[in-house]
Design a protein around this ligand. Structure first.
Ligand code: FAD
Length: 406
C-alpha cells in the first residue's frame, strides 16, 4: 500500500484544489456536513445544475471521459483525487451520480455514435439529468426476472409495464430502461436496453413518500410508450450485456463518492457537546468503547479503500475488495446515526441531519445490491464458496413458475 501522492498526483491535486478555492462557496468548516439532496425542490435541482455546468465549462466534469465528449481523459486515480478535493468544499448535492456514474459510461461503451453525440455532452454538463429504470415490483435483486415488455412496431418499440424505486425520475429528461423482448428465451437472453424520453406520451411518474420525509424516488408506469429503434442500446435481446456495464459502474459509483450527511468526525464532536449523567458523553467508558468500535471499522474501510487506490495508482484493476465497502459502510452509517440519536435523547427527535441519515440508512443497505446479495458475491467471488442454486437460469422465461403474470 502506498498512502502518498506521486509528484504527478500531487500536482494534479494542487490544480484541482486551486480551481475549487476560486470557484466553490468555500471549504466545509469543522462539524459542517455536505447537504443531502432535497429531491423535490426545483430550486435545489437548478443550483446543482449550475454547479455542474460551471465544472463542465472548466473541464472538471466526468474527467475520465474522452476529450471529444467533454471529459479530460483523466486516469481513475486522478478521478479519486478530484472527488476527494471536491468533498472538502461547500457545493450543492450531487444529483448526477446515476447518469454520470452509471448510464453515461454505458452509452460510451455500448451506444451508437449518434447516441453519443446527441446525449453525452448535455448529460456531462447536467443540462439533462438521467434516471435508471431497472427495478420492478417483481424484479430487484433478481433483475433479470423483469417483466416490462417492448414489442417491435415498424421503426418503433412499444413499451408496457411498471418500474419502481426510480430515483429522480421526476426531474429527469431521459432514462435507461431494460425490457423483456423475447419471453421464449432464458431470462438473461431475452432483454433489450433502451434510452427513453421521460416526457414521452404514456410515461406516468408517481412519487413514493419515504419515512425520512423525502420523496426521492418514484413508481414509473409505461402505457404504450413508443421508443424509436434508434434509442436501442446494444443488440436486440442482448441488453443484459449493457445492464451489467451499468451495474458494475453502480458499485463503483456508490462505493466511491462522498455520501453527504454527518460522519464519525461529527459524532465525535457530538460526544464532546452532549452530557450524560452529569458529565461529557465522551468521558463515559461505554461511549468511548462504542466510538472505538466505529473508529476501527471506519479505519478498516479506509485502508481497504487505499488498496483500491494503490491498484488504480499503479494502473491495475482493483480486486474484489471493492464489494466489501458498501456492505460495511452502509451498516456503519446506520449504526452511527442510531447512536447519535440515542446520545441526544429527546433532542434527537429534532436533530435534522442525524435523523434524516438514520431514517435513510436502511435504504442505503438495499440500493446498489442488498447486504445479502453482497454477501453472496463475497462468498462466491472472494471466498470461492459453492455458488447459489440458480434453477431458472436456462429455462425459457415464460415457463418460469411465478405468481400472477402482468
Ligand atoms: C435508496 C434507493 C434508491 C434506489 N434507486 C433505484 C433506481 O434509481 N433505479 C432502480 O432501478 N432501482 C433503484 N432502487 C432499487 C434497488 O435496486 C432494489 O431495491 C434492490 O435491487 C433490491 O431489490 P428489491 O427491493 O426488489 O428487493 P428483493 O430483491 O425483493 O429482496 C428482498 C429481500 O430478499 C433478499 N434476497 C433477495 N435475493 C436473495 C438471494 N439470492 N439470497 C439471499 N437473499 C436474497 C434481499 O437481500 C432482501 O432482503 C433503489 C433502492 C433504494 C433503496
Amino acid at each position: 500500500m502506498d498512502f502518498n501522492d506521486t509528484p504527478e498526483e500531487a500536482a494534479f491535486r494542487e490544480e484541482a484544489h486551486a480551481w475549487l478555492e476560486a470557484h466553490a462557496e468555500g471549504r466545509l468548516g469543522p462539524g459542517e456536513t455536505k447537504p443531502l439532496p432535497e429531491a423535490r425542490d426545483p430550486e435545489a435541482v437548478k443550483r446543482a445544475q449550475a454547479w455542474q455546468a460551471k465544472k463542465a465549462d472548466a473541464g472538471w466534469a466526468c474527467i475520465t471521459w474522452p476529450v471529444e465528449y467533454g471529459g479530460r481523459a483523466a486516469t481513475p486515480i486522478q478521478n479519486v483525487i478530484w472527488n476527494q478535493e471536491e468533498a472538502r468544499y461547500r457545493t450543492p448535492p450531487n444529483i448526477f451520480t446515476i447518469g454520470q456514474g452509471m448510464l453515461g459510461p454505458t452509452i460510451l461503451k455500448h451506444g451508437t455514435e449518434a447516441q453519443k453525440s446527441r446525449y453525452v455532452q448535455p448529460l456531462l454538463r447536467g443540462d439533462e439529468i438521467w434516471c435508471q429504470l431497472f427495478s420492478e415490483p417483481g424484479a430487484g435483486s433478481d433483475l433479470a426476472a423483469l417483466r416490462t415488455t417492448a414489442v417491435r412496431d415498424g421503426d418503433d418499440w412499444v413499451l408496457n409495464g411498471q418500474k419502481i424505486w426510480t430515483s429522480g425520475a421526476h426531474y429527469c429528461a431521459f432514462g435507461m430502461i431494460v425490457t423483456r423482448t423475447d419471453p421464449t428465451a432464458p431470462k438473461h437472453a431475452g432483454i433489450t436496453y433502451f434510452i427513453v424520453d421521460m416526457q414521452a406520451p404514456g410515461v406516468e411518474i408517481r412519487a413514493i413518500q419515504q419515512m425520512n420525509g423525502a420523496a426521492a424516488f418514484n413508481e414509473v408506469f409505461f402505457n404504450d410508450v413508443r421508443v424509436p429503434d434508434a434509442g436501442r442500446v446494444g443488440e436486440v435481446n442482448d441488453g443484459w450485456r449493457g445492464a451489467i456495464t451499468t451495474l458494475m459502474n453502480e458499485r463503483a459509483a456508490l462505493g466511491g463518492g462522498a455520501a453527504g450527511g454527518p460522519g464519525l468526525r461529527h459524532l465525535l464532536e457530538l460526544t464532546r457537546e452532549v452530557e450524560i449523567e452529569g458529565g461529557r458523553a465522551i468521558d463515559d467508558p461505554a461511549v468511548r468503547q462504542q466510538l472505538a468500535d466505529f473508529y476501527v471499522r471506519q479505519k478498516g474501510l479506509e485502508y481497504t479503500r487505499y488498496r483500491t487506490l494503490t491498484a488504480l495508482s499503479r494502473g491495475t484493476t482493483p480486486g474484489p475488495e471493492n464489494s466489501m465497502g458498501k456492505l460495511v459502510g452502509a451498516r456503519l452509517r446506520q449504526e452511527m446515526s442510531g447512536f447519535a440519536l440515542d446520545l441526544q435523547g429527546a433532542a434527537g427527535l429534532t436533530s435534522g441531519d442525524w435523523q434524516r441519515q438514520y431514517l435513510g440508512a436502511p435504504g442505503g443497505r438495499l440500493a446498489g445490491g442488498t447486504d445479502e446479495i453482497l454477501r453472496n458475491i463475497i462468498a462466491e467471488r472472494i471466498l470461492r464458496l459453492p455458488p447459489e442454486m440458480r434453477v431458472d437460469k436456462e429455462v425459457p422465461f415464460q415457463d418460469v413458475p411465478s405468481g400472477p403474470k402482468s
